[in-house]
Structures are given as C-alpha cells and as structure tokens.
Ligand binder design. Structure first.
Ligand code: NI
Length: 136
C-alpha cells in the first residue's frame, strides 16, 4: 500500500532536485525519492556486512604477463561468491570482465579489492546492489 507524506524543501534545493530527476528521466518526484531511499538502505546493508549482490567490472590488458591466470585464480578462491562471469574482448589488447557476485558485503569487497590490485588491471569497479530489503 502506498502512503503519502509531504516534504518541505528550500526553493533552491527543490529546483536542483527537479533538474536532477529530469536529467535522469524520472516522470515524477515520488519515484525519484523512492530510489534515493532504496539507495540509502542498500548502502546500509553493505555497511552492516549483510548478504548483498553486486557487479565487479574489470578492464585489463591480456598481454600483461600471467594477468589472465591471476584473474582466474582469484576468482576460484572466491568461487562461492561468484554467480557468473562474462568476458568481453574489447579490442586487440584489452579485455572487459563483468563478474556478478553475491555474499557477505565484506567478502565481496575483498574479492573486488584483490582483483583491482592486480598489476595490469586498468579499471576496476564494484557496483553495490541489493533489493533494499535484506537478502537471505
Ligand atoms: Ni579478452
């Protein structure tokens, strides 16, 4: 059931908010507020080391000595945390690997840190995701 409540905001803050939601294609303020609230809860879940899901993306040069092997080794150390891995050959030299992960927030973060620290990894990101209602 949806409940309504009103929010008081300074003019200036409201116009910044309206610009923000227009730029992101929201059709109304309510949906934008709901997303912001969910985002805050997802952050809480991660900080509370709950069960979460996330996506790690890596860009690396596959010519770097033994890097491909190390990327695979680290993933095998964390095989319980990995739901799927997709490898994309970006261009002649670079690979993009997208890894869907699930588990305790700290362990998933650890996995992302280990991959990111490998020499030759040019870009590494962890997108923290969840439902905003604790996973089990
Ligand atoms: Ni590749």
């Amino acid at each position: 059931m949806l409940k309504r409540f009103s929010i008081s905001l300074e003019d200036e803050l409201l116009s910044i908010f309206d610009e923000h939601i227009m730029a992101r294609s929201y059709t109304n303020r309510s949906e934008a507020i709901r997303d912001l609230i969910r985002k805050a809860f997802i952050k809480d879940e991660w900080q509370a080391d709950k069960m979460v899901m996330g996506v790690i993306s890596l860009v690396y040069d596959h010519h770097q000595h033994k890097l491909q092997e190390k990327v695979t080794l680290v993933q095998h150390d964390y095989h319980h945390h990995i739901v799927s891995t997709t490898h994309v050959h970006m261009d002649h030299d670079n690979c993009l690997e997208v890894i869907v992960v699930r588990g305790k927030a700290k362990e998933v973060q650890e996995l992302a840190d280990q991959l990111s620290a490998l020499r030759g990894v040019r870009d590494a990101n962890l997108a923290m995701s969840s439902t905003g209602e604790f996973l089990h």
